[in-house]
Design a protein around this ligand. Structure first.
Ligand SMILES: Nc1ncnc2c1ncn2[C@@H]1O[C@H](COP(=O)(O)OP(=O)(O)OP(=O)(O)O)[C@@H](O)[C@H]1O
Length: 316
């Protein structure tokens, strides 16, 4: 097993401040002691309901959140602290793509400037070299070269996500943290973007940390995965182990809520309505079963919000 990244006993706790007392009164245990390994060229999935701590792990790995305790080792080098990351040029090897490409791409910048930003941070290229590299990157992600001078709002959601991927791979990273990269997209576009992410993974030997609440998507993408609940891993294993022989009751519950549409069949847009209806029934079932708030479960589509509010009205 070729280890790329190792996480040891990671904790990220956010302080809760009392406005009245003007001091820290408690902590949110967003991530509360997790261990896992991401192998070279493989995809590790993090699955769990909204608020379970998935994004916080991703942010700690790329350096956007400071671990409270624990270690992050990249190819055996400790990169838990900023100085240590700087020393080995860690940030160019690990990039992140986000759920909402519209808000993660600067709306005032042209595609050329968006994609060249990491190049300007990490490489000293002439204007001509930079232009050539950005054109190559656009071709890799299947975008036309006239996209260079356009702005993010001139593209569809799927195209914007491709631009986000072009920016993420600009520095030839080894690991990409993909935080819900397709959940803001129509089902028909999700499959395209996921398959394209797999293609570039093979082409460049990339590893992914793939964060999602959608077990259907994770099944399509991941080699190994962890099921998260309230900052901890309740179950870890290979894709086969988790999907074919889940052990934890929480994993079983999540699996029973998988939309019955596997990614390969998401290209037909008519499926969407059926999926929302199915999830609505499953959520309702889970709600009555577990007596938890339906708002703990992350809505996926606008129609899903309608479904959720209907559930909550019925429950009220
Ligand atoms: N900056 C912050 N300050 C305080 N609490 C935070 C902060 N960021 C996240 N949290 C809390 O930490 C917990 C984990 O949040 P996180 O965003 O990691 O969950 P998640 O599983 O990624 O959820 P989602 O799928 O909704 O993004 C939540 O309870 C959240 O409210």
């Amino acid at each position: 097993m070729a280890e790329l990244l190792e996480i040891k006993g990671l904790q990220v706790h956010y302080p809760i401040r009392s406005v009245f007392l003007n001091r820290v009164t408690d902590h949110v245990l967003a991530v509360d002691g997790v261990d896992f390994v991401i192998e070279k060229g493989k995809t590790y999935g993090l699955v769990g309901e909204s608020g379970s701590g998935k994004s916080t792990i991703g942010k700690a790995i790329v350096g956007l959140e400071k671990p409270t305790s624990g270690k992050i080792l990249f190819q055996g080098n400790d990169v838990t602290k900023h100085q240590q990351r700087k020393k080995i040029g860690y940030n160019r090897h690990v990039q992140m793509i986000f759920q909402d490409a519209m808000s993660s791409l600067n709306p005032k910048k042209r595609v050329l400037d968006i994609i060249s930003e990491p190049l300007r941070n990490y490489e000293r290229l002439s204007y001509g070299e930079e232009m050539k590299r950005v054109q190559e990157l656009l071709a890799i992600v299947g975008m036309p070269s006239d996209a260079l001078y356009k702005y993010p709002h001139e593209f569809s959601g799927g195209q914007r996500q491709r631009i986000g991927v072009a920016r993420a791979i600009a520095t030839n990273p080894q690991l990409i943290v993909a935080d819900e990269p397709v959940s803001a997209l129509d089902l028909s576009v999700q499959a395209q973007v996921l398959n394209f992410m797999k293609e570039i993974q093979e082409q460049f030997g990339l590893s992914y940390l793939f964060i999602s609440h959608d077990l259907g998507v994770v099944k399509h993408m991941c080699d190994n995965l962890a099921i998260m609940h309230r900052g901890r891993f309740v179950e870890i294993g290979t894709k086969k182990e988790i999907y074919e022989n889940p052990q934890h009751i929480y994993t079983k519950r999540l699996l029973s809520a998988i939309p019955k549409i596997d990614v390969a069949h998401r290209e037909g847009h008519k499926i969407e309505r059926r999926r929302v209806e199915e999830e609505f029934h499953t959520l309702k079932h889970i709600y009555y079963d577990a007596h938890e708030s339906v708002f703990d479960l992350k809505p996926i589509t606008p129609s899903h919000y309608v479904a959720l509010s209907t559930v909550s009205q019925e429950v009220d």
